[in-house]
Design a protein around this ligand. Sequence first.
Ligand SMILES: *Cc1c(COP(=O)(O)O)cnc(C)c1O
Length: 220
Amino acid sequence: MNFSEFKSQFPKHVSLVAVSKTKPIEAIQEIYKQGQRLFGENKVQEMCDKYEQLPKDIAWHLIGHLQSNKVKYIASFVQMIHAVDSLKLLQEINKQAAKHNRTISCLLQFHIAQENSKFGMTITEAKALLDNPVFDSLQNVNIAGVMGMATFTNVESQIRQEFQTLRSIFDELKQSHFSLSSSFEVISMGMSGDYQLAIESGSNMVRIGSLIFGERQYTH
Ligand SMILES: *Cc1c(COP(=O)(O)O)cnc(C)c1O
């Protein structure tokens, strides 16, 4: 695919995370050469390996579910963690970020899909997290916005509705907890199959893998 052409279709306010999970170094270098600097991975070990081997001006986003005990491996370099769904995880990210004298941007993950396999909080849980006094003490994390995944379906109205739910959650939290914070600004939603709907519903960060790199082949 012609990546530059692909990328040029996105409005200026939409960030494109190139999701390189399972793809080899060479495939990432190819896209890097065409100017892309923002890549997403969903596994800690794989992201660390790729970080080691690739240019250091790449911004790495961890987009997948993250276990607290693995935060330490990525804390020195990760730019954004998309799938934060508990105060415990946020505390650990804060602790590890502090060790490296860094601030790590985090997105709160919301459960917007019908499927019960997907991770994420409800707005009530998120507000409880943000209202917890412990949250106020976290100096090395920055809550940059929200993230969610729609149901894997081709029923367009359902996907649209789920994206609009995330958009409303963002608006509500912006008003209730982040009205003084200009850094709460990201709505991360939309993948290869549904990114156009996501952008129409207010997404400003899409996470696209297979459309850029081709279908993934899993060996396990
Ligand atoms: C794999 C993945 C993507 C990208 O999926 P594609 O359908 O290949 O674009 C986006 N977000 C998350 C959280 C993922 O795990």
